[in-house]
Design a protein around this ligand. Sequence first.
Ligand SMILES: O=C(CCC1CCCC1)NO
Ligand SMILES: [Zn+2]
Length: 366
Amino acid sequence: MASGYVYHELYGWHDTGTHARLAPADSRRGIQPYRHIENDDAKRRVHELVVATGLIDRLTRLTPRQATDEEILLVHTPGHLQRLVDANDTGGDGGDGGTPFGRGSVDIARLAAGGVIRAVEAVLDGEVDNAYALVRPPGHHAVPDSGMGFCLFGNIAIAVQAARRSRGVERVAVVDIDVHHGNGTQAVFYEDPAVLALSLHQDRMFPSDSGFLTERGAGAGFGYTLNLPLPPGTGNGGYLEAVRRVVLPALHRFRPDLVVVAAGFDASALDPLGRMMVTPKGYREIAKMVVGAAEELCDGRVVCAHEGGYDPAYVPFCANAVIEVLAGVEDPLDVPFGFDDLGQQELQPHQDAAIAAAEELLGDIG
Ligand SMILES: O=C(CCC1CCCC1)NO
Ligand SMILES: [Zn+2]
């Protein structure tokens, strides 16, 4: 099993400064400046754990490149790209007032999108069987004409469109397990039956006005967007049931040539921006199920692109668990604090109902 791994030190240099949205510093109102929650800590520490445990030696290092203007314009409007390029020397905001970036961050955002492109192309070319792209800034909220939710470019959407053009890949399934709705990916492929956009997320967390069951795609793409909003407090039991009863059947019906996972870890039990309870063991089981389906359907071609996840102590163990599954590690790292015994980790009736509602929608995937 050859597993690709994308990481670059520059991902840690994307400067998000102090928080522009959750805690706008204002000494007159007693609001101290606080570091932007989407900072390098959690993601850099994922890499450091992968290196320190020796897992890195079982991975094939893939060097990212910057996404070109042409590749970015497969998803984004010229106006969005130009606005970011113009602000690259000064720093600015991605477009929603809550996505600050520093000098040179647009180059790093190109490297993030390019890192996912590199991972996808390596998998499609058979250079590796699967891959993990530990990129930053994240991408799944970025829409064609704007950055959003800490995302500057739609990393996964750009990589999918670039691969369809360069490698002729036909059917791609995107499975978004970030706790927030993958609205950007959904927007890009909403009318496209060749891309199945699945998103499991906390109901009305962010964006609070998207990610509903009723958002199912449009035109030829109807049925190929499938949202599963889950109630706050959903833990391993609810997530594993959602994957088993919705994600896996959807993949088997869709029969993708490639599976891309929007690997956000803010559904974890310790995340400051989510209210879920998934643990490293839960993420390991999710990864096993998705990788298992990919092995049955598309020779195991899976690419994980890192998205959100903010607790710097816990995210490394969550992401490491997924990377271990990709690499076929038989003796996984024993996590010192798992929270697997939290009350109501098992499936709850109201979570079961949410899953059942999404199950009803599988019939339109054909
Ligand atoms: O992790 C994220 C970022 C969510 C935040 C964006 C603004 C408030 C919540 N998206 O997946
Ligand atoms: Zn998120």
